[in-house]
Design a protein. Structure first.
Length: 216
């Protein structure tokens, strides 16, 4: 019941920030941006899942770093670094599971996508003379695709779809920021981002159920 109430408030505040962004006072806009993340962190932390306590802890830490990234993205490299750390904790969480192997087709798709994004986005950043940012972008692409790769191992649909949505959100953001302006960038980026974080948080309970079935 508590999870459903939290989820309702996450959706309410998330949609308000996404679609009424232009009406929010600039002095408090970042507060409204992180309110859904604070609620998502609480939702992820409250389930009592003793069998997968490590998984839960790592996911919660990852969510906290992503929330910090939300606030510090105004200083892009700092925010990018915080998100990168958050993804590393997600990778640790997903890697701690071993419910199913990653299919070859998924590996190939992720690798091809990573190479395509690296060539398209990193080369554009490099041409602008931003060498440090270029390496940061390359590192981020590698980390987020590894996060997607390891999410498949959990066998949790929430973790897998959440990871895919996160990759989609960051891809749209990167293209919009470095290559060309995209339509409805704020709405698309934040809708896929909040959805990804909600699903990753909900994967805690789903993975706990998967583990319970395995034990039985």
């Amino acid at each position: 019941m508590v999870r459903k109430i939290l989820l309702a408030f996450i959706i309410l505040f998330g949609l308000y920030y996404i679609f009424f962004f232009s009406h929010i006072d600039q002095r408090v806009i970042l507060i409204f941006k992180i309110i859904p993340m604070i609620l998502i962190i609480i939702m992820a932390a409250i389930p009592k899942v003793q069998a997968i306590k490590k998984y839960q802890l790592l996911i919660v830490i990852g969510l906290v770093f992503c929330m910090i990234g939300d606030y510090t993205l105004q200083w892009f490299l700092i925010g990018l670094t915080s998100f990168l750390i958050g993804h590393i904790f997600y990778i640790f969480a997903f890697s701690s599971t071993n419910e199913q192997p990653v299919p070859t087709w998924a590996k190939v798709l992720l690798l091809l996508y990573g190479v395509m994004m690296a060539i398209w986005i990193a080369s554009t950043v490099f041409k602008s003379g931003e060498t440090i940012l270029t390496f940061a972008v390359l590192a981020y692409i590698a980390i987020i695709l590894t996060m997607g790769w390891t999410a498949i191992r959990t066998r949790s649909a929430f973790a897998i779809v959440g990871a895919i949505l996160f990759i989609a959100s960051d891809s749209y953001l990167a293209v919009n920021k470095f290559v060309m302006p995209l339509p409805f960038s704020h709405e698309v980026i934040m809708l896929t981002y909040y959805s990804a974080q909600i699903l990753i948080a909900l994967s805690i309970v789903q993975y706990s159920e998967i583990r319970s079935k395995v034990v039985q």
